[in-house]
Design a protein. Structure first.
Length: 133
């Protein structure tokens, strides 16, 4: 009985260590494992890389926020495009609120400010905050 418990505990510790250090072990074992198995273990999904010109063509540009002129390939910007989570949120706001790109950016910005306890005019919403001396 004690042998079975000790063998089970050793197996559980080894399994825990394999799961815990899988990010370090997977590159070593990757040539020997099927790609589907490696992808499932690493929880990796490749990002869709949209360039600034693709995002501008999709309507995510305006006179106030011109991607091609300010951030395009001629400016030497090393990023591939805008933040995907922010882009999706702006697209969702544009669809739900039926507003322009600039209005959707303002709505998103005001939501971020409100979530962090800041009024749309930039003053803190905390009653204990000192705003003037």
């Amino acid at each position: 009985m004690i042998f079975h418990l000790s063998a089970l505990s050793i197996i559980l510790v080894i399994a825990f260590l394999l799961v815990y250090y899988r990010s370090r072990l997977l590159p070593l074992l990757e040539p020997y494992l099927p790609t589907r198995f490696v992808a499932r273990l690493s929880h990796y999904t490749p990002l869709q890389s949209f360039s600034f010109s693709d995002q501008a063509a999709a309507g995510l540009s305006s006179g106030n926020f011109d991607l091609e002129q300010n951030i395009g390939s001629s400016s030497g910007e090393s990023r591939m495009g805008l933040d995907e989570a922010g882009v999706e949120e702006v697209r969702r706001i544009m669809a739900v609120e039926r507003c322009t790109f600039d209005q959707a950016r303002l709505i998103r910005h005001n939501r971020i400010l409100a979530k962090n306890g800041i009024a749309p005019d930039g003053t803190p919403l905390d009653r204990k905050a000192i705003t003037r001396l």
